[in-house]
Design a protein around this ligand. Structure first.
Ligand code: GLN
Length: 580
């Protein structure tokens, strides 16, 4: 009796003491406090730029001295975007720890410089497959598995990872409110904000204010409906970011605030910009970061240091000339398929203070015909990564054109493999050189496999192996690996360091047994894996700038810290453009 009465009181007392003690420790810096959470959702239409708004907000919080991490929760059922067509979903962004993620993680990294991790991206597919795996293992002890609580708990666990590492955790929910697939995610973030202490989580919602030319008005109704939808699932937004092509009049701002139950200062305008890199400054002007700090009750707000973004804006606006770069690829209709490459080129341009015009050239146009009419006149040529045989003969011709005409060439992943095949065929005398990737029909060997299917490599101190018939999902050599650069090579000059670490995503590899023949022909293997077995970089020695890399340098480039290869590639393009 006595125990029943006293125990809850004693426990409650202990809990209060413990929590105030933890808080005191946090204030004195002994233990880190939990992150504050910002959930970013979208409504009305898709493609409003949620990813960009999240990334820009992350950058602004950093400018105020905070640490941040950004996460993406995608409602689609693919386990990861690795097997999704770039036509449908844009590029696959690879993290250092080898996750194949959504291209929004690329935005996050480009704006904050914080390397994304495997635990920063999740999809319904991944969540469900974890839940089902646990169900099969018997982890749920015979319970009936349901969306609430099992799926929502799995989502909440994901959101919570690394909670004590940063000041702010920004979680973007893919899709728009009301999508069927999205419901468990919205329910999970609603619960999550309840589980956390009051004031630890806020919700930011992006909407569209369409402009009706006939009446000369911005319409707020779709925004009101979208917020209603959000409220009907128990989420009240603290901040509304309104995309608009026209300035939002004060009267409309007040109306949105009143009808959507947010403060007027928390109705933030997002106008179209010339460059995405103006977004942090533009959002700051509109008061987004201030509204966020206000919503958390952080006062006085630390002053922002925007020097980095002012410099970026200056480099965008004050250029001296332009260069024309051709990207010879397969998915040229959809620019998002090569998002990071395009951005890295722009960063290279910013470094050299030139405008980079990116021209998309479809390699299939000259798979059989003459490449010259399609490629002449460009200051530089880039052949990006890719999968499958389509368009590869055209890419090989692009490498040949660049070699013969001394046009700066950057070959990335497949683009390097194509350059090696070209050199093997046309200079080193291996007439039928090709890649095993294109020789999949059993019994019909068309090519000498200068590029072969890689089934064994070293990661750290461990050996990784793959079978020829492994699943397509997640079986590549993925993530960060080191390479050692040859002294005196062009690439060693470009990097200015003898050892590098870059991100990979490939299944095939240049066969080292052709090294001697190719080097004799002039194609130097100037970067190798530390064990000396995997060619990482090749370059033509009697060419002003011809480099092929087996990895994806574009994934690590930032506007305020452009990648060395892209800096120097654009410099070479600039030099080439001034020669003619
Ligand atoms: N398809 C090639 C491979 O798997 C190249 C991959 C890529 O360009 N990312 O090796």
């Amino acid at each position: 009796m006595l125990r029943q009465f006293f125990l809850p009181w004693v426990l409650a007392f202990l809990e209060i003491t413990l929590s105030s003690w933890m808080h005191a420790l946090a204030i004195t810096g002994v233990a880190k406090p939990m992150a504050r959470y910002i959930f970013i959702t979208g409504g009305v239409v898709s493609s409003l730029g949620k990813g960009l708004a999240s990334a820009a907000l992350g950058a602004l919080l950093q400018a105020r001295g905070y640490t941040v991490r950004l996460r993406k929760l995608d409602p689609y059922l693919n386990v990861d975007p690795g097997t999704m067509s770039p036509f449908e979903h844009g590029e696959v962004f690879v993290t250092d720890d080898g996750a194949e993620t959504d291209l929004d993680l690329g935005h996050y990294e480009r704006f904050t410089g914080v390397p994304a991790r495997m635990t920063d991206s999740v999809s319904s597919g991944r969540i469900y497959s974890n839940v089902l795996e646990r169900e099969r293992r018997g982890d749920y002890l015979g319970k009936t598995i349901q969306v609430v609580p099992h799926v929502t708990n799995e989502i909440k666990d994901f959101i919570n990872v690394g909670d004590d590492e940063v000041d702010f955790m920004l979680c973007e929910i893919g899709g728009t409110v009301g999508d069927i697939e999205g419901l468990p995610f919205f329910e999970a973030i609603r619960q999550f904000s309840h589980d956390k202490p009051r004031g630890q989580c806020i919700f930011m919602h992006l909407t569209l204010l369409p402009y009706l030319a006939a009446s000369g008005e911005l319409k707020t109704k779709p925004t009101q409906h979208s917020v209603k939808e959000l409220q009907s699932i128990g989420i009240a937004p603290d901040i509304l970011v309104c995309r608009s092509e026209q300035p939002i009049p004060e009267k409309e701002r007040e109306k949105i605030a009143l009808f959507c139950n947010v403060r007027k200062e928390a109705v933030v305008a997002a106008y179209d910009l010339n460059s995405i890199y103006e977004a942090p400054l533009a959002y700051h002007r509109e008061g987004l970061d201030q509204a966020v700090l206000d919503a958390f009750g952080i006062a006085p707000a630390p002053k922002p240091n925007l020097a980095r973004w002012n410099d970026v804006a200056d480099r965008i606006h004050n250029t001296d000339g332009e260069v024309n770069v051709a990207i010879v690829g397969k998915y040229t209709q959809l620019e998002d398929a090569y998002k990071s490459i395009k951005e890295a080129l722009i960063h290279g341009g910013m470094h050299n203070r030139v405008r980079v015009n990116v021209n998309w050239v479809d390699a299939e146009l000259f798979d059989k015909g003459d490449a010259t009419p399609h490629l002449q006149g460009y200051d530089a040529i880039l052949v990006p990564g890719g999968f499958g045989e389509r368009g590869t003969e055209g890419k090989i011709k692009a490498a040949q054109f660049a070699r013969e005409h001394k046009v700066p060439y950057l070959g990335i992943c497949l683009g390097m493999q194509m350059a090696v095949i070209e050199g093997a065929r046309n200079v080193a005398g291996v007439a039928d050189a090709g890649s095993e990737e294109f020789d999949h029909e059993a019994g019909k060997k068309r090519f000498e496999p200068v590029v072969y299917h890689l089934k064994e490599w070293v990661q750290g101190n461990a050996k990784v192996t793959r079978k020829a018939d492994d699943n397509k999902g997640g079986t590549m050599r993925l993530g960060a690996y080191n390479a050692v650069l040859s002294e005196g090579s062009n690439v060693a000059r470009v990097y200015g360091t003898p050892q590098i670490e870059e991100r990979h995503r490939h299944r095939y590899e240049v066969d080292i047994k052709y090294r001697d023949a190719l080097e004799k022909a002039g194609l130097k293997f100037s970067g190798m894996s530390p064990d000396g077995r995997l060619p990482e970089i090749v370059e033509w020695e009697d060419h002003p700038w011809f480099i092929g890399v087996q990895f994806h340098p574009e994934l690590k480039s930032k506007p305020f810290d452009p990648h060395p290869l892209f800096k120097d590639f654009v410099r070479a393009a600039k030099e080439n453009s001034r020669l003619v």
